[in-house]
Design a protein around this ligand. Structure first.
Ligand code: NOJ
Length: 756
């Protein structure tokens, strides 16, 4: 560990035990929504008593200023650190992280993160609880919305981009924030897709897949990490000393702070790790520095630091010196991060009252660009793009066609729904002659609507019955030339504590679309399907009933304008799925790298091979209907098989694979060329393939470009569990298949032989 900076060491020499413990305490400001049971605290009094180190969830600079001045008036004048859930924007919302990752444009991700940091920093925020980099392969889990998807390589690049965007060159600079990678680690593998539930992850998968984005985020300089709510392989993460102290600090060299999640230290008791004293000591010794909300550290550590704790029932023997040393280490880390953020020089980090930094025109323009860049074109018979003057009258059908609240997506704790642009507004502003009809209820029965409305205003219950709603929509569409159906989820179908059993478009919407779309097409109308969702949905036959299908996620404040630009062809669809869309809801978890079985799928159903008896022959049982990396363009690309500079390599060489891409259509477009590696023979079973790189090539019609991929042995190495429970990074000589293409499924390959 880097030595404690001299000013921090000098400060600590003057601190009492209680003041040190105070630095470990993190409380909600009490403004805005909480993500667990609310805990009333006389926060101001505690700050004035030097019993608080950090606050999260302030919603204005005035609140920050009030608390900070109190902290500065204490004996040691140690500034507070202010944090917030800046997940996909602050006042201006950008697309959901799953949408941002689907842009495969890390410059854009970085720019959106920098803009979010600027808005939040102007309100006195110092740390963002993002990026969330939990790998997700089970779309039932509602938090896939906040994630970069299923792939460790893409998630790693996303982690780096967000850290760069938040922190810049120096997180102390005005307008910058500390990043906080979360949720350490494996939370996305919650069994059954049920939020907060346990994860069981094989050791090699943990290291090669789930830990990889954290390693990348730490290497990029992230100053914070948040532990997950879940238990991993039997050990609740807030007590996981082996992974926090061992891997994170010991192996990867993380020097920032580890933050607990909301009341998660207290939750160690229902996890079965003992009473308040036991859980506080276990979390502290595991390396959790900041106690968010539950107050356990403050309640029990002062006494335990004097007398230690023996609790044989949970295998705990912690002498007083060990507890005091852990408090010192945690306090030093908290103060060091405050020091790195420059809070001792300027506790407001450049923020001043009265500065208008929210929803600036340039931030909104960026949000508009991002909204267009995240929508994945799944199907298109040539109907799109469709300029306003070609579209004729447009009927916009669906419960969210003229909605602003949902556009900003889940995790918009400081978002301004009134500032959002609905799809109708966006289309109208782009020049379309558009009118709306709800068509049906968003979901049924009513108790689901009630649950969605835990965040008020998410879903409204129409006053008319279904038949009236449907008839009105049909009348509107019959009088139009183009019908755009807006189907899918509400924003609160996803996010925290929003797992779903049936990851489909809700039944009422399917019924409406299945009745209307064929009739309209027979009548010569264009039918465009726009899917709004915070997760991959199994779309079934819906795309086949439309002329074009766009998967638009929830794209933020400028969703309406960004999608309108895309539909009009003023932007191009260059997004590619960051998570496979399943063929059927019962298929998850899935991901493109899932290893083959010993009885692989032979290309259609066959008894005694891996399959589902009720899945049609066209679908691979373990891959998505729309694979990872998939997305169409306005144009068509021809992609050559990979050519290897050399197919025989030895030792520390570099493999180079080149792919020629031709824009064979008549519009310019961006090809997102992807490279995967398959290792057919190794010491243990290897994934079906691993993404190892991608290139974005912007090509004019008829032009040709080349994507070159350079691989070293590190790209081919993997984690091998050892008999003593550790893992070693190994590499096996032999043949490797390099696969390239425009998605994870439709690849062409070349084989190289790499000797030792
Ligand atoms: C709970 C969530 O799991 C976490 O992601 C979030 O940062 C905290 N609550 C604070 O709101």
């Amino acid at each position: 560990m880097e030595a404690v900076p001299a000013p921090v060491a000098a400060l600590m020499a003057r601190m009492t035990l209680r003041e040190k413990i105070g630095q470990l305490m993190l409380y909600p400001a009490g403004e805005g929504p909480a993500t667990g049971a609310g805990r009333p605290t006389a926060l101001g009094e505690q700050v004035a008593a030097g019993a608080v180190g950090s606050i999260f969830g302030t919603k204005s600079f005035e609140t920050v200023e009030r608390f900070q001045r109190l902290a500065l008036s204490t004996r040691l004048s140690i500034p507070l650190l202010f944090a917030e859930d800046v997940i996909h924007g602050h006042r201006t919302l950008f697309p959901l992280p799953i949408g941002l990752a689907s842009t495969w444009d890390m410059d854009l991700v970085e720019a959106c993160s920098a803009a979010a940091a600027a808005e939040a920093a102007a309100e006195g925020i110092h740390q963002a609880y993002a990026p969330m980099i939990d790998l997700c392969r089970d779309a039932r889990w509602g938090r896939v919305a906040e994630s970069p998807g299923e792939d460790p390589w893409l998630a790693s690049r996303y982690a780096e981009a967000v850290v760069r965007g938040f922190q810049g060159e120096d997180p102390a600079a005005p307008g910058r924030l500390s990043a906080c990678l979360k949720h350490f680690v494996g939370y996305g593998a919650a069994v059954g897709g049920r939020d907060y539930d346990a994860a069981e992850i094989a050791l090699h998968t943990l290291h090669d897949d789930f830990l990889a984005p954290f390693a990348a985020g730490v290497a990029a300089g992230a100053q914070g990490i948040m532990a997950g709510f879940h238990a991993l392989n039997g050990m609740p993460m807030h007590a996981h000393r082996a992974l926090i102290e061992g891997w994170l600090r010991g192996e990867v060299g993380f020097e920032g702070v580890v933050v607990s999640d909301y009341t998660a230290i207290a939750e160690l008791s229902p996890h079965g790790l003992g009473n308040q004293r036991a859980r506080a000591v276990q979390a502290l010794l595991a390396g959790v520095d900041l106690d968010m909300t539950d107050g356990d550290y403050a309640a029990v550590l002062p006494a335990l630091a004097e007398r230690g704790l023996e609790d044989p029932e949970c295998g705990l023997s912690a002498p007083a010196e060990a507890i005091r040393a852990a408090i010192d280490a945690a306090c030093a880390r908290v103060l060091t991060v405050k020091h790195r953020l420059g809070l001792f020089e300027d506790p407001f980090k450049g923020a001043r009252p009265g500065v208008q930094a929210a929803l600036l025109p340039e931030t909104r323009a960026l949000a508009r660009r991002a909204a267009a860049a995240c929508a994945v074109l799944l199907e298109n018979d040539g109907t799109l793009p469709l300029a306003p003057e070609q579209a004729g009258k447009v009927a916009l059908i669906g419960p969210l066609g003229d909605d602003r609240t949902n556009m900003i997506g889940t995790w918009a704790v400081a978002g301004v729904p009134e500032a959002a642009i609905s799809l109708r507004e966006g289309l109208a502003a782009a020049g379309y002659d558009v009118a709306c009809a709800e068509g049906c209820r968003l979901d049924q029965p009513d108790w689901i609507i009630d649950r969605l409305n835990f965040v008020p205003g998410t879903a409204t219950l129409p006053t008319d019955d279904e038949a009236t709603l449907a008839a009105r929509a049909m009348a509107l569409a019959e009088g139009a030339d183009t019908a755009i159906f807006v189907l899918g989820e509400a924003k609160e179908h996803t996010g925290e504590c929003a797992s779903r059993l049936s990851i489909t478009v809700p039944a009422a919407q399917v019924a409406l679309f299945s009745t209307m779309a064929p009739t309209l097409r027979r009548a010569g109308k264009r039918v465009i399907l726009l899917v709004l969702a915070g997760r991959p949905l199994a779309l079934g036959d819906l795309p086949s009933m439309a002329d074009a299908t766009l998967y638009a996620w929830f794209a933020g404040t400028e969703m309406g304008s960004g999608i309108a630009e895309l539909i009009a062809g003023r932007a191009e669809p260059a997004a590619r799925l960051a998570m496979s869309l399943p063929a059927h809801p019962g298929q998850v978890p899935i991901h493109h790298g899932a290893a083959e079985t010993g009885r692989p799928w032979p290309g259609k159903w066959q008894k005694f091979t891996t399959n589902y008896i009720d899945l049609d022959d066209a679908q691979h049982p373990a891959r998505g209907r729309y694979p990872f990396g998939y997305g169409l363009s306005w144009t068509r690309f021809d992609v050559s098989p990979p050519r290897l500079d050399s197919d025989q390599l030895a030792g520390e060489a570099e493999a180079v694979a080149r792919v020629t891409v031709t824009n064979a259509g008549d519009r310019p477009g961006t090809a997102v060329v992807q490279a995967y590696v398959h290792d057919p023979v190794a010491r243990i079973q290897r994934p079906a393939q691993r993404l190892v790189g991608y290139r974005r090539l912007f090509l004019a019609p008829g032009t040709v470009g080349e994507a070159a991929f350079r691989l070293t042995r590190a790209d081919l190495s993997y984690s091998l569990p050892q008999p003593d429970g550790s893992v070693s990074r190994v590499w096996d000589p032999g043949s490797f298949e390099i696969r390239t293409g425009l998605n994870a499924r439709d690849t062409r390959s070349a084989t190289l032989y790499w000797s030792a």
